[in-house]
Design a binder for this molecule. Sequence first.
Ligand code: MRU
Length: 348
Amino acid sequence: MDNKIKTLYWDKETLYLLDQRFLPNRVEYRSCRNYLEIISAIKEMSVRGAPAIGISAAYGMAVAAREALQKDFNTVQMLSYLEQAASELIKARPTAVNLFWAVKRIEIILQDHLESKPEEIYSIILKEAQQIHKEDIENNRLIGMHGNKLIPEKASILTHCNAGALATGGYGTALGVIRTAFENGKNIHVYVDETRPLLQGARITAFELCQEKIPATLITDNSAAFLMSRGGVDLIIVGADRIAANGDVANKIGTYNLAILATYHDLPFYVAAPISTIDPEIGSGSDIIIEERSGSEITGIGENLIAPKDIEVTNYAFDITPASLITAIITEKGIISKPGYRELKKLL
Ligand code: MRU
């Protein structure tokens, strides 16, 4: 994917985000020249996926610093503008911890530059955002390398949502493991859950797999149980939006269903995520805030209404998979089997 379609890139003091709402029909970038545009892009899901929104928010701080320069702010004014930008960026979506993690990383750096010139502050923030971006791709390659050890020579793999190159800075987490196995000549077949309501599986994961020519089959979310009962799946691998200190995982709604099905069918259930997705401040999954999105995402597909528009709707964007249902978490530092509080603490 690296030399192909990018999730985001920085050019001439502007952040360009691939507008994923339009995939697979068209490849279009959304240019962001002020931090409020980045907040809108995250909320509207032009950019999505936990690591990708973290990286976007880090660049969002660089964009805010650039705005401050254009407004001719002095250091004090600039720092106050950045504080405001940080507090608004972290509110764009509530579940993925990467958003908070990335903004905090920039804020920590700023502590050493409280008296620096505005130009210097801008260039330091931009450098840190670019470093976060670069590290994410490197970590994903390491996740792929470790995760590949869990993939048999021939495997039928089920995945949910999109934890691919387009959900990250590049290469992907769950899809990064699949990609590494494929690059290593393994005989891989991927089943892709379409992932209602926003169809990240059908629109984005299927798109990435077709681009990479990795054999794949698209299924409806409700086909997974039957497919497993027929022996069609060897293992399940998904990404994560936040991992609690005890190993409980928040990920796209429907992940928990798959973990229960995997347990019932005695199949390994893997979560691939960078360490930045682990939130040591959250004790268990029940403390993770689950985003609820507009009912219109369920009552309609695109412009087409598929349910009475007045029907009451509950639209949880994520669910919690208890650690007890997870065979292993794959990180850039290695594989944590039977994840729990003690195992995760060793990584942090
Ligand atoms: O609502 P989304 O599309 O942002 O949800 C994305 C997921 O749930 C991914 O699995 C998760 O963020 C990991 S991406 C590497």
